[in-house]
Structure formats: C-alpha cells, structure tokens
Design a protein around this ligand. Sequence first.
Ligand code: SF4
Ligand code: SF4
Ligand code: SF4
Length: 300
Amino acid sequence: MNYTDQIREIASRLLENGQVDMVMAWEKGAFDYQSLPYVARSLEDIDKMIFDDYCVHNLSTSLLRYRDSNEKIGIVVKGCDSRGLVRLLEDNQIKRERLYIIGVCCSGVMDPLQAMIANSGFSRIKDTSGLAAKCANCIQPNPVIYDELVGATQEARGPANRFEKVSEIENMSVEERRAFFEDVFSRCIRCYACRQACIACDCRTCIFEETRPQWVGRETSISDNMMYHMVRSMHMAGRCIDCGECERVCPVGIPLMLINRKLIKEVDHLYGPYEAGMVYIEGQKPPFSVYDEKDQDDFI
Ligand code: SF4
Ligand code: SF4
Ligand code: SF4
C-alpha cells in the first residue's frame, strides 16, 4: 500500500491554493519500519511526505495539539483514524470547517514495534510480515468521513466474532475473572502510553494527573492499577472507536481491547444498535453524552 504520490499531489494543491495552512501525514524515520507523523506547512516540505505500510499511527490524535488555533488543517486518515475524527467532532474538540480530510482506503498496516523487537538483536519475533493486530480485527478500513478519497474501497477483514475473547472472560466465575484481571493488571507500569495514544482520551485535564484531590494513587500496586483501568475504561464507554491503538502501544502487552470490546458490546446491547465513530451527524452525541428525562434509571 503506497499512496505517496497521490497524497503529495493533493497536499501540494491544498497548500498552493491556500486551502489549508498545513497537511498532516507521515515521513520516513531512521529505519524502514518507522513512519512518523509529519506536518507539511509549505511546498518545500512535501518531498518528505510519505504513505507506506508502516503508517500505523492515528494522526487524528495529533489534532488535539491544534484544537485552540484557527489554522485550517489537511489530514490524511485511514478508516480507523477517520472514526477518531468523528470522535473529536462529536466531542467539540475541533470544527469540521477547519479540516480538509484526505481519506485512504486501507488494506492494513504493519506493526513497527514488532519489527523493532525483531531487529533488536534478541530475535524474539521471527515473522513480522503480518498485519498489525488491530488490522486483523478491522471492521472499517474505509474512511467514514472525507473530502477526497485515495485508493480503492477495501473489504472489512474483522473476525466473524470480534467478541469471542470477551465471551471467554464472561464465562469465567467471578473468582476466575478477578484472578485473571489481577494477573493482567499487575504488569501495568502506569506509563500512560495507552492514554496518550487514545483519540477518545481528549480531556484537557486528566483525572490521573490531578493531585488536589488525588483521585487515583500513583503506585503501581494492584489496587491503584485496577482503579486506573476501571476509570479509564468507564470514560471510554460509548466513545471507544475500537482502533486498537492503546493495546498496540502498551509496552508490557496488556490486552486492553478485551475491556474496550466488553464495553462496546454492552453499549451496543443496552443503547444500540450503536458503534462509536461510524458516522458523523452534526449535533449527534454518543449515548452517555446525552440526558433524557425518560431515561430508565431511577437515580436520574
Ligand atoms: S485498523 Fe483498519 S483502517 Fe486502521 S490501519 Fe488497520 S486496516 Fe487500516
Ligand atoms: S480505548 Fe483504545 S481502542 Fe478505544 S479509542 Fe482509545 S485507543 Fe482506540
Ligand atoms: S500502556 Fe500498558 S503499561 Fe502503560 S499504562 Fe497503559 S496498560 Fe499500563
């Protein structure tokens, strides 16, 4: 999947016409398996712009850096990234009229972290030829929102039942589940990479950074870790766009998508049919962002 020429052509046109102040895409890093987020602000910058099999990052997350400016931004998005854009638009983080969206129909990307490990000298992973895990489970390879489209429409390649692993956990006894999650979360080093990579974590002040009051302890004890993951996952309910970025960047391999998918499943069941970020309708909000007097819960 190499759309470099097409994307450079579009970016040149947008910058030349003054339609945008910058175009967000990728540039090549030091290694073949590194493609890094990149911002072009002038025609001279265009030559560095690329799109290849390692353009794994969700660029929509980088838009948060520009949420307080007025600049018009061209941005290249794959299917999953475009769902992230819908998240930001629904959350009022950026205005649609500030964006020129270059959508890429995506046949899947590779995982640079896996390639890095394989090239680290320890050779723990031999085969890095496959798609990144998030792509194996992709249900939306084509952009859901765009101004211009690149590439031919792709078939979704997600598994028949992406909730299979969730069902396995559901079928455990309470004690087994607790033991499972204690084991999994005891590995968490609270680096917050999962939060930083997440498009839905768009609060200006994160509850985990607050010290007065300090809502969640900062130790990597099992109780503080459990609290962190419970709070973060609840904040994702009805908002997670299933992009898999949190799990991809976790340095200790915590299966975060298990929790996210459980919530996706429950929100769809209780408030659906609903899948976050699949369509942008101005003014429409995700289920937990609206309140109705006819809501069933007594406490409201
Ligand atoms: S999750 Fe889907 S849209 Fe996103 S990079 Fe993978 S295949 Fe492409
Ligand atoms: S919680 Fe994970 S899968 Fe969901 S939107 Fe955030 S990074 Fe993507
Ligand atoms: S990325 Fe992994 S280790 Fe870091 S805070 Fe998230 S779950 Fe914990």
